[in-house]
Write a protein that binds this ligand. Structure first.
Ligand SMILES: Nc1ncnc2c1ncn2[C@@H]1O[C@H](COP(=O)(O)OP(=O)(O)OP(=O)(O)O)[C@@H](O)[C@H]1O
Ligand SMILES: [Mg+2]
Length: 349
């Protein structure tokens, strides 16, 4: 998945490492992570990657591995949330023959299989309290004890953990051990949500279009500018994964090579046309345009003031207005007398 040559850190003349090439994004938040990846890859430090689903946690874990001196040894991913709690211990640390019903032979765990390499503990926040203690011991002593074994085995494994939960909050609620949390996050990496770096959307779109165009024959699919605006405005709760899946689907389904707004799924299309600006209707008997426009404006102003608890500066920002424009509109609506003290205060500004 990653080119071997990423093993060597690319240094710029001023000594700042170039971000990792597998991570697409020019936003400062991603650039910083890319540089951090290369910096920590050469160490054995334990890393905790947190962030919403689909933000690239596994991508970063693999990037760290592929840039590390351990890259010719295994990378083993364990999804702690997908393996039943009673099996996870023996999956991770192995077991002796006869350790429990069904343990008909001795079996090595993921830690032993990852020897010399990297283990990726995904969804580490799902680990049971009992296993959290055992993992803590592994991190402290660098040895694992297979289920049913008398003595522990030394292991040389680099640990990268990930969680889409806020582990600090889990600690606060007593669901995750504080000592393990600090052991894991020697180097914390926080993946930003896609909506926090919207400026990267066009770049990611281009990347995924190229990637999926390569897999199909015929004219390469492109995205119209208007469709791009809709992608830009979407909130992407599924982050980069949601964006990639959508583009893959669009590339497969497009017929004439151009992806237009009407090809986008309705939850993405509706945002601008329906959610952002409610669509007024004329009705059977028509309406008085001036009154309707005034009412529309009043309602939005009232809602903005309600939502900001009367803070005019914040309400103006919500409406894309200058504060002075909002104040002028309010004065016009209520008349200067009704503004009372507020009018005084505003006049003074
Ligand atoms: N910055 C990025 N550049 C390129 N591709 C990315 C980037 N971030 C994520 N992706 C792609 O998005 C998809 C989801 O990423 P990944 O599996 O790493 O997310 P995750 O945070 O582990 O998600 P989950 O919490 O659901 O497991 C992958 O196909 C990955 O390659
Ligand atoms: Mg993942």
């Amino acid at each position: 998945m990653f080119a071997r040559d990423t093993k060597t850190i690319v240094s710029t003349p001023n000594g700042v490492p170039e971000p990792h090439p597998a991570l697409i994004g020019e936003h400062p938040l991603i650039q910083k992570i890319g540089q951090l990846v290369l910096k920590v890859a050469v160490t054995d430090a334990t890393i905790l990657i947190t962030g919403e689903s689909g933000t690239g946690k596994e991508l970063v874990a693999r990037a760290i591995y592929s840039s590390s001196p351990r890259t010719d040894r295994p990378f083993i991913a364990v999804n702690c949330g997908a393996i039943p709690a009673e099996l996870l211990e023996s999956e991770m640390f192995g077991h002796e023959r006869g350790a429990f019903t069904g343990a008909i032979a001795q079996r090595a765990g993921m830690f032993q299989l990852a020897a010399g390499g990297t283990i990726f503990l995904d969804e580490v926040g799902e680990m049971s309290p009992v296993l959290q203690v055992k993992l803590l011991r592994v991190l402290q002593d660098r040895e694992v004890r297979p289920v049913g074994a008398d003595r522990p085995l030394k292991v040389d494994v680099r640990v990268v953990a990930a969680s889409n939960k806020d582990l600090a909050q889990e600690v606060e609620h007593g669901r995750f051990r504080e000592d393990l949390f600090y052991r894991l996050q020697v180097i914390p990496i926080v993946m930003p949500a896609l909506r926090e770096r919207r400026s990267d959307i066009p770049l990611l779109v281009r990347h995924f279009l190229e990637k999926h165009n390569r897999k199909r024959a015929g004219r390469p699919a492109r995205l119209s500018e208007e469709a791009m605006v809709h992608l830009w405005e979407h909130d992407w709760p599924g982050n980069v994964r949601e964006l990639e899946n959508l583009l893959e689907r669009l590339v497969i389904l497009t017929e004439d090579g151009m992806i237009e707004v009407e090809n986008l799924p309705s939850n993405i299309r509706s945002l601008i046309s329906e959610k952002k600006i409610p669509r007024p209707t004329l009705g059977e008997d028509g309406l008085d345009l001036n009154t309707a426009v005034e009412e529309f404006e009043n309602r939005l102003i009232e809602e903005a003031l309600r939502r900001t608890k009367g803070n005019k500066q914040a309400a103006a920002r919500l409406l894309g207005l200058k504060r002075t424009t909002l104040v002028a509109k309010l004065r016009r609506r209520r008349g200067p007398d009704e503004m009372g003290d507020e009018a005084q205060e505003d006049a003074g500004e």
